[in-house]
Design a binder for this molecule. Structure first.
Ligand SMILES: [Zn+2]
Length: 499
C-alpha cells in the first residue's frame, strides 16, 4: 500500500491547520506510473455527489475504488478504512491498490461540466457589458471570431484555454468554435492533448454576417461541418474524450436551407445521431427577428424541430424567452438546456426559467457562456444560478423559484452530464461510470473559512460552492487520470499523463 502523505487524514481533533497542509510534500502523481502496468486506486474520506436533483449524498467516511481503466468499481460507506476496502475488494484487483486518504477538510467531488463555452471569445472575457446581445455580437463577437482564420492565434489561445478550464475543475466542456475548420481542429487537438472531455463543432453562420464572420455556400458549410465531425472520430476513434457536433449559431444566423441540411446531417441517415449545439430564445429582439425570418413557425423550438435539429443529443443554449410550446418541444424531443446564469446577468437579456423547465422534465445543465459571461468557472456558475433564481423569486414573488444548494450542484455536475449526452458515463460517482473528479481542499489559504464548521460536511461543501475557486482544487481527474489541479501546477516536474 502506498499512503500518500499529502492526503493523510490528521488524527484526533479536526483542528484547522492551514500551515500544516501547506508544508506537506507533494505525492507522486498518477503520471509517475504512466508507463507502469495499470494501477487501481482507493480514495478514502469524505465523498460528495448528486444522487438526484434534490438529493446530495455526503459520505463522511467512505471508500471509492477506481479501476485500472479509470472506471468506478465501488463506492462503499461500510468500510472502516482504506485498508479494509483493500481487503474487501481484493478479488477485484484492489489488494495492492494505491491508497489516497483525504484530509479532514478535503472531499472528492464530481468533475464540473460546462455546457456552453465560446472558445474563441476567451480573450474578450469581462469586456463588452455595455451592449445588449445583437450589438455585442457585432462589436465584440464577430470581429474576434473572424480573426481565427489565423491558425497561430487558435494555437495560442486554445493551448492556454483548455488547461485553464481544467485547473478550474471543468472536466467536460461543450465548446462553440468558429466557422474555421483548421481552428476547430486545433481546439479538438488541445482537448485531447490536455485530457479534457469536449463536444466541439464548427460554427455555422450565413445570415446577419458582420466583420466577415460568415461562410460561403451552403454546400461548403455542410461539407466543413462533416469534416470536423470526421476529424474528431479520426483523432479519438472511440470518443473517449472528444466528440464532434453540428453547430448552427442559431436560427437567426443560419438560413433555412442550411438549417435543414444541418438537421439532415445530424440525423446521419438513420445511423448514430450526431450531437447538436445551438442558441435559442436568448433575447426578445432575437425572438422577434426569428418571427420575421420564419413567419409560419409557431415558436422558436418549432423552427429547429422542423429542421430535424431537436433531439436527445441537442444542447440548447439559453432558452430564456419561451412559450409553452417551446417547453413542450424541449421536453418531448429530449433536448437539454444550457443555463448560463452569469451571461443572463451580464447581457441583461432575461433570466432562464429553470424551475419551470425542471418541472416539465427538461434536462438542464450550467454553462459559463464565456465571453458573454465573465467567469470561466462553473463554481461561479453554480452560485450565479442560485442568484438568478433568487432574483426570479423576487420578480414573481414566488419562493419556489429559488434553487437550493443541492439543485445548483446537480446542475453543475449530473444535470450537465445529461445535457451533453454523457449522463450514463459521468456526472456522479455511480459504480460503472468513469472517474471524473476533483479533490477539493477547504483548508487552504483562500476565501473559504471553515472555523466552527470543521466536521460539518454540508457546510464545507456550501462554503466551497459559494466561496471557492481554483485555489481550492488540488487535483483534477478525467477518466481516472490526473490532468490538472493546484498540486500538478505547483509540481516542479509538471508531469502530464498522455491519455
Ligand atoms: Zn453562446
Amino acid at each position: 500500500m502506498l499512503c500518500l502523505p499529502f492526503f493523510r487524514r490528521s488524527s484526533g481533533s479536526h483542528t484547522h491547520s492551514r500551515k500544516h497542509v501547506q508544508e506537506e510534500t507533494l505525492p507522486p502523481s498518477y503520471s509517475a506510473v504512466a508507463d507502469s502496468p495499470p494501477k487501481t486506486t482507493i480514495f478514502y474520506g469524505r465523498i460528495v455527489h448528486s444522487k438526484s436533483l434534490s438529493k446530495l449524498e455526503i459520505l463522511s467516511e467512505a471508500a471509492l475504488g477506481v479501476g485500472s481503466h479509470g472506471n468506478i468499481v465501488f463506492l462503499d460507506a461500510d468500510v472502516a478504512s482504506a485498508q479494509a476496502a483493500q481487503k474487501k475488494y481484493a478479488s477485484q484487483g484492489f489488494e495492492n491498490a494505491t491508497v489516497v486518504v483525504l484530509g479532514n477538510f478535503q472531499f472528492l467531488f464530481p468533475g464540473l461540466i460546462d455546457c456552453h463555452f465560446h472558445a474563441p471569445q476567451w480573450p474578450n472575457n469581462a469586456l463588452g457589458m455595455e451592449w445588449p446581445l445583437r450589438e455585442w455580437v457585432v462589436h465584440m463577437t464577430d470581429p474576434i471570431e473572424a480573426s481565427y482564420s489565423d491558425t497561430s492565434k487558435a494555437e495560442r489561445v486554445y493551448s492556454a484555454l483548455v488547461p485553464k478550464l481544467l485547473e478550474n475543475g471543468t472536466t467536460t466542456v461543450a465548446y462553440n468554435s468558429t466557422i474555421h475548420v483548421p481552428a476547430t481542429k486545433i481546439l479538438m487537438d488541445q482537448c485531447l492533448k490536455f485530457g479534457q472531455r469536449a463536444l466541439i463543432g464548427k460554427l455555422c453562420i450565413n445570415h446577419r454576417v458582420t466583420a466577415g464572420n460568415g461562410e460561403g455556400s451552403v454546400e461548403e458549410g455542410l461539407s466543413h461541418s462533416r469534416e470536423v465531425v470526421e476529424y474528431a472520430k479520426k483523432i479519438d476513434p472511440e470518443g473517449r474524450l472528444v466528440r464532434g457536433c453540428i453547430q448552427p449559431r442559431g436560427a437567426t444566423y443560419v438560413e433555412h436551407e442550411y438549417l435543414r441540411g444541418l438537421g439532415e446531417l445530424s440525423r446521419n441517415n438513420g445511423g448514430d445521431i450526431i450531437p447538436v449545439q445551438l442558441h435559442m430564445s436568448e433575447a426578445i429582439p432575437d425572438v422577434e427577428y426569428m418571427k420575421k425570418m420564419y413567419p409560419s413557425a409557431p415558436c422558436y423550438a418549432a423552427v429547429y424541430d422542423a429542421a430535424g435539429l431537436m433531439h436527445s443529443r441537442t444542447v440548447v443554449a439559453h432558452a430564456i424567452h419561451l412559450t409553452p410550446m417551446d417547453i413542450s418541444i424541449l421536453a418531448a424531443s429530449g433536448a437539454g438546456v444550457a443555463h448560463n446564469p452569469t451571461s443572463n446577468t451580464c447581457l441583461t437579456d432575461g433570466e432562464c426559467m429553470v424551475r419551470e423547465l425542471l418541472e416539465h422534465g427538461v434536462k438542464v445543465g450550467l454553462g459559463t457562456d464565456c465571453s458573454a459571461g465573465y467567469s470561466p468557472s462553473i463554481i461561479e456558475g453554480m452560485r450565479q444560478a442560485s442568484n438568478v433564481s433568487r432574483h426570479r423569486s423576487m420578480h414573481f414573488d414566488n419562493d419556489k423559484l429559488k434553487l437550493s444548494l443541492e439543485e445548483i450542484i446537480y446542475l453543475g455536475t449530473m444535470g450537465g452530464a445529461r445535457v451533453v449526452g454523457l449522463g450514463d458515463k459521468i456526472g456522479n460517482f455511480e459504480v460503472g461510470k468513469e472517474f471524473d473528479a476533483l479533490v477539493v481542499d477547504t483548508g487552504l489559504d483562500d476565501n473559504v473559512n471553515v472555523e466552527g464548521f470543521e466536521g460539518n460536511g454540508r457546510a464545507l461543501v456550501a462554503k466551497w460552492v459559494f466561496l471557492g475557486d481554483d485555489r481550492s482544487i488540488r487535483k483534477v481527474f478525467v477518466r481516472g487520470r490526473l490532468v490538472a489541479g493546484k498540486d500538478l501546477k505547483e509540481s516542479p516536474n509538471r508531469p502530464v499523463e498522455k491519455i
